[in-house]
Design a protein around this ligand. Structure first.
Ligand code: PLP
Length: 329
């Protein structure tokens, strides 16, 4: 028995289909209690503020967010007894708003980008005495991924070498924290960021509009450790959405655009690694869903040869959070 919902944070690492001669596995972050990767930094930022004496029950938290951090913080606030105001661009999906409201959060919708939401949260902090946790520069954000997401991945690969981490970048917390952990365990691992092709600031482009929720903030987040990055890939919303539909229909995995986009880029890297290393296209087994749920003993699965390049990616949240966007129609 868990003594509280927040103790259930964590997620499985699941193999998905990949180019011949490679293996890709994704962290299924929708399995966290608030349904996304952001439960991890939400809890870490609150606990760090409590430890520093900046936050005690009864205080009101304020946070600008495009959604998942707001939901994660709403879960943490509800479970720990804080009030919370979430400032959010009105363009983000209504499912996100409804979820935060269900957890008892107050919402302030603004016309504009995440940067405008940040300006408004700064005002509320200065004028109303609310406490902002600052996911873009709070070190507890990447630290949460270093201590949980990254640690879990190293344990979940059962000793197989990891060749690359390919992940979208919002605050940079996930790629920086997980990347640091993976580099310690596998010094040669490549760390590849993913950003929207119409908002490719890290690739040297101008900030622009995009329809991704959660990745591509339009500026370089202070929480992004750029020195860790080997490379940055750009993806279009069209190819990311097509990948989401394929994943749902062919693999039974429901995710949103930034997860689809991360997988598009992960496949490029996996294909490159398989070619560079001339891996036999038949050498690496695909996903195996022969579970044997009614059997007493676990069903044997074909082992993954050490020669197969292994690429890790992150599926941030569930596709259920994107139904109103028409993504699956
Ligand atoms: C849907 C989605 N994709 C990608 C990201 C990127 O994560 P990070 O902020 O850790 O860079 C997030 C973070 O909120 C997200 O919610």
């Amino acid at each position: 028995m868990n003594r509280g919902i927040l103790g259930t944070i964590g997620s499985p690492l699941v193999q998905v289909s990949s180019p011949p001669g490679s293996v890709i596995a994704a962290k299924i972050e929708s399995k966290n209690p608030g349904g996304s990767a952001k439960d991890r930094p939400a809890l870490a930022m609150v606990e760090a503020a409590e430890k520093a004496g900046k936050l005690s029950p009864g205080d009101r938290i304020v946070e600008p967010t495009s959604g998942n951090t707001g939901i994660g913080l709403s879960v943490v606030a509800a479970a720990k007894g804080y009030d919370i105001t979430v400032v959010m661009p009105a363009s983000k999906s209504p499912e996100r708003r409804q979820l935060m409201a269900a957890y008892g959060a107050d919402l302030e919708l603004i016309d504009g980008t995440i940067s405008d939401a940040k300006d408004r949260a700064d005002e509320l902090e200065a004028e109303e005495g609310m406490i902002q946790l600052g996911q873009f520069d709070n070190p507890a954000n990447p630290e949460a991924h270093y201590r949980t997401t990254g640690k879990e991945i190293v344990e979940q690969v059962d000793g197989h070498r990891i060749d690359a981490l390919v992940a979208g970048i919002g605050t940079g917390g996930t790629i920086s924290g997980v990347g640091r952990r993976l580099k310690e365990a596998f010094p040669d691992v490549s760390i590849v960021g993913v950003e929207p092709e119409t908002n490719a600031v890290l690739s040297g482009g101008e900030p622009g509009d995009d329809e991704f929720q959660g990745m591509g903030p339009g500026f370089v987040s202070p929480n992004l450790d750029r020195d860790l990055l080997t490379d940055v890939e750009t993806v279009s919303i069209g190819e990311a959405e097509a990948e989401c539909r394929r994943l749902a229909r062919e693999e039974g995995i429901l995710v949103g655009q930034s997860s689809g986009g991360s997988l598009v880029a992960a496949k490029r890297i996996a294909r490159r690694l398989a070619e560079e290393r001339s891996i036999d296209p038949k050498a690496c087994p695909g996903p195996d869903n022969n579970v044997g749920i009614l059997e007493d003993e676990p069903v044997d699965t074909e082992p993954i040869p050490e020669s197969c390049p292994l690429v890790i990616t992150v599926f941030w949240d569930s596709g259920e959070r994107y139904m109103s966007t028409g993504l699956f129609e």
